[in-house]
Design a protein around this ligand. Structure first.
Ligand code: NAP
Length: 294
């Protein structure tokens, strides 16, 4: 068996097109242009690349962009002051604070200073609580993107065994919450899990988010399983050039899985598309406008 490739790029492009349409309709019918503010502290090169691509995507979708680039040495009170300004700004619907933040700043304090209604990353404690209690908050972009890919792939998720490898607050835990809400039976595995391979082999749905290049081998996969590879790991290719690989040994896994996301071109593009989606949702909810199905 050779697994079907789950085309995250195409799925993300379709979602982005629907977000653009929704943004145009908001402007036409309500005079509202969704606004996304990004806060990038310091000069971290990887963060700069991420924020730049989020900006471009937001502009392409017809949003207003507000870019904030505080210096690396900014104090926590100063940064909290900026967050308060963005919370109060009526033109800003979504605020994204690019992580990681410099050492002198408590990231939790900054995230929890955000207005939860503008927290388009879904990291605020209120949104985390809403997710686990089944309320409609804002949901973290990467796991939500994974869920959309899974929903396309499987007619129903109800009753399936889902194993999530990795328990971070940005991917693993919210992924588990979303799969639980979709009526899967979930296992959330991590670095202390015993016999990870055997746990993974139980999965009808296997989500790998560990940040370990090609850790998940073909023998860890149940035949026919749907495999979502969240990992992005930089390694050296056979030609010595830098290469991106996932957390799953793709070539082996493809022989056994029923469907699998590639890296790159799987989960990555969905993350940005879901950020745009969350911004439109936030723009609607803040104004009591019925939100589009996205
Ligand atoms: P993270 O915060 O470093 O968390 C990694 C998780 O994996 C932890 O829960 C850790 O367990 C677990 N883990 C690490 N080594 C393990 C092992 N040998 N066996 C079992 N579990 C292990 O990482 P993250 O932020 O969730 O990101 C995970 C990966 O996804 C990274 O490659 C990252 O680049 C990628 N990512 C991609 C996107 C995207 O848009 N595609 C977005 C976010 C992240 P403990 O908790 O026990 O330490």
């Amino acid at each position: 068996m050779v697994a079907r490739l789950i085309d995250g790029k195409a799925r993300a492009a379709a979602l982005r097109a629907r977000v653009s349409e929704a943004a145009q309709r908001l402007k036409r019918e309500h005079g509202v242009v969704p606004g996304l503010a990004t806060v990038l502290v310091g000069e971290d090169p990887a963060s700069q690349v991420y924020v730049r691509s989020k900006h471009k995507a937001a502009l392409d979708a017809g949003f207003r962009n507000f870019e904030h680039r505080p210096r690396a040495g900014i104090s926590e009170p100063e940064l909290l002051g900026l967050i308060r300004e963005l919370n109060a700004d009526p033109e800003v619907d979504g605020v994204l604070v690019q992580l990681p933040l410099p050492r002198q700043i408590d990231a939790r304090a900054v995230i929890d200073a955000l207005d939860p209604a503008k927290d388009v990353d879904g990291f605020h404690a209120r949104n985390v609580g809403d997710l686990w209690s089944g309320e409609a908050g804002l949901v973290p972009c990467t796991p939500f993107g994974c869920l959309l890919l899974l929903r396309d792939e499987r007619a129903s998720l109800a009753g399936l065994e889902a194993v999530v490898l990795g328990r971070s607050t940005i991917v693993g835990k919210p992924m588990a919450a979303l799969l639980l809400a979709a009526d899967c039976t979930i296992t959330l595995a991590h670095s202390k899990t015993r016999d990870l391979a055997a746990v993974a082999r139980r999965a009808d749905i296997l989500v790998a988010a560990v940040g370990r290049a090609e850790m998940v081998k073909g023998s860890w996969i149940k035949p026919g399983a749907t495999v979502i590879d969240v990992g992005i790991n930089r390694t050296a290719g056979a030609d010595g050039k830098p290469k991106l690989v996932g957390d799953v040994a793709f070539a082996e896994a493809q022989e056994i899985a029923g469907a699998i996301t590639p890296v790159p071109g799987g989960v990555g593009p969905m993350t940005i598309a879901c950020l745009l989606r969350n911004t439109v949702v936030a723009a609607c909810r803040r104004r009591g406008i019925t939100e589009p199905e996205l």
